[in-house]
Design a protein around this ligand. Sequence first.
Ligand code: NAD
Length: 517
Amino acid sequence: MNALTPQHLVAVIGAGAMGSGIAQVALDAGHRVVLYDAAPAALERGVAAIDGVYRRLLDKGRIDAATHGERMARLRPAAGLDELAGAALVIEAIVENLEIKATLLREVEALLAEDAIIATNTSSLSVTAIAARLRRPAQVAGLHFFNPAPVLPLVEIVSGKATSAHVADTLFATALAWRKVPVRCASTPGFIVNRVARPFYGEALRLLSERAADAATLDAILRDCGGFRMGAFELMDLIGHDVNYAVTRSVYDAMYQDPRYQPSLLQKELVDAGWLGRKSGKGFYEHGPATQRPAAPVAAPAPAPARVTVEGDLGAASALLGLAREAGLALDQADTQAGQPHGCLRIDDVTLALTDGRTATERLLGRDGDGAAVVFDLAGDYAAAGAIAIAVADGAPAGALQAATGFFQALGKRVHVIDDVAGLVVMRTVAMLANEAAEVLRQGIASAADTDLAMVNGVNYPRGPLAWADAVGSATLLRVLANLAAAYGEDRYRAAPLLQRRALSGESFHAAAGAAQ
Ligand SMILES: NC(=O)c1ccc[n+]([C@@H]2O[C@H](COP(=O)([O-])OP(=O)(O)OC[C@H]3O[C@@H](n4cnc5c(N)ncnc54)[C@H](O)[C@@H]3O)[C@@H](O)[C@H]2O)c1
């Protein structure tokens, strides 16, 4: 697998946010770069943006003046497409429109050598469809950078139907040489990241539309309990609702309206209102210079429980036992069968259990209930989590909230009490992310290792969804999905066949894929 070397000329078409960033990445790696844009003013702005980045690096002492000058000397703004002729690699980052991209690339292709590679930075269009409009589709691939390209490490190397293995291999090796984290995937809607990440936004929007809690609370739970770098609402405000909603719609339509990807009316309302997030000063949050993010309400202090009885196996929440002991709580182990799947904690007459996708009310009052009056959420890491989400059943004993709050506060956690929704916040999000990742794997779109690598490097998830499924247990996530499907009666929560198989066999995704992550 041979990477392009700095001797190879790289051409970038489109000098906007992505094109100028990609040009900078290639300059940083030592290439000569030709940058072209149909709008001369945009080209000028793109070159100035790159120069501005280097000037800031210079001011911070990260590069010296000679490096700055030398890199800018390797950048050639092109007045016409013919100046791209000697390029070994052309990366297109123009407007997201199939016909416009294909028309441009057909023209470019005619100028290039037979073995030149044509890459598109498209986020949502079919690489197969773009390639099919050119004369040498085997030479065409997707090279999907994330914004800002010089900062974010992930690059999805997207193979269309006709892309040659050699071209994909060369791009992979080149991205590595450019100190990026490349992953390989097939040309399907959303590729890896924009597809697997849909439930992160989708479930949060659904929870908000059901008024499970306000946006600040749901964000706090995703961050401080789930371990995500940002909550879904602050992230959507950052991305821009026009962009985020358009991506969701495009994946939804491309998947023939599969309800898994259904867009949210709540987000459409924001787009319609022009509340696009940070860029318009308002989205789910206000973004004025002096405005502060609203605080997420937490439960009032409650006394620590005198005794806690542990019944059965707490499964993915077992770490709570060590934390409770460390906190000096008196724990009794009830005499139950070892390995009992539905473990719980009892404090006086109150039963607490990890959510299994049912509401607490269902567990307390439902026909097949197990008496749990309080359900608590999955944490990314119970020891590190600063907060926990809980929900209390309708008809719960009077002291239920107090008992559960006192227990988690004794462990040093802030307690967010949310409405009694199925699957709470983190558990439901992780189950849906893992479910989507399992579909990507089963359909041969990407490997388990690449899928997880993409989510960790592309959207900063604390761990890959498949590694998360391995840690929590596929059987646990499958049960959550089955209960969500029963609660909503919607196809949206149908379990991926591969997750069902892993749940039965107990095989892990990564061991099964032969990857060590
Ligand atoms: N912005 C992101 O977060 C992001 C992330 C990954 C991929 N992408 C993809 O990258 C591409 C560019 O996105 P962007 O955000 O940089 O857009 P942008 O609007 O900032 O820049 C696009 C540039 O392309 C130029 N252009 C338009 N039509 C052209 C043509 N026919 N020939 C030459 N130049 C032309 C425009 O003048 C403009 O300067 C799109 O395909 C987008 O989907 C964007």
